[in-house]
Design a protein around this ligand. Structure first.
Ligand SMILES: [Zn+2]
Length: 113
């Protein structure tokens, strides 16, 4: 399961962060998931729920912020309308993905004594 390996990688970063700050607990985990990142937020949430019992994140909810895909022209910066063909409305060049493919760990709320 793809989402499970993502949760596992996130957890490694959380543990490293918590260890660096000598945190005793994690209160919440905030991630940002792009619409075209290949990650299904619902599946990620499920994977997290299955992964965390008995871990430092056991009582920390996973807060997922979904980011819409945004496209931009590399030549002139033009952006196609939502749902339109992926070409620049000004110059006709193929547009590139500007955001929406991210899987970011945004913030971890830690209990630091
Ligand atoms: Zn253009």
């Amino acid at each position: 399961m793809h989402e499970y390996s993502i949760v596992s990688a996130l957890y490694d970063r959380i543990v490293a962060e918590a260890g660096a700050r000598q945190a005793t607990a994690v209160h919440a985990v905030h991630v940002r998931i792009g619409a075209v990142s290949g990650v299904e937020p619902g599946l990620l949430q499920t994977a997290y729920t299955l992964f965390t019992p008995g871990t430092l994140c056991e009582h920390a909810p996973l807060c997922i912020e979904e980011v819409e895909a945004r496209w931009a022209c590399p030549a002139c910066g033009g952006a196609p309308a939502k749902g339109a063909r992926l070409v620049c409305p000004s110059c006709g060049a193929p547009v590139r993905l500007a955001s929406g493919d991210e899987i970011d760990l945004v913030r971890i709320e830690l209990e630091v004594p």
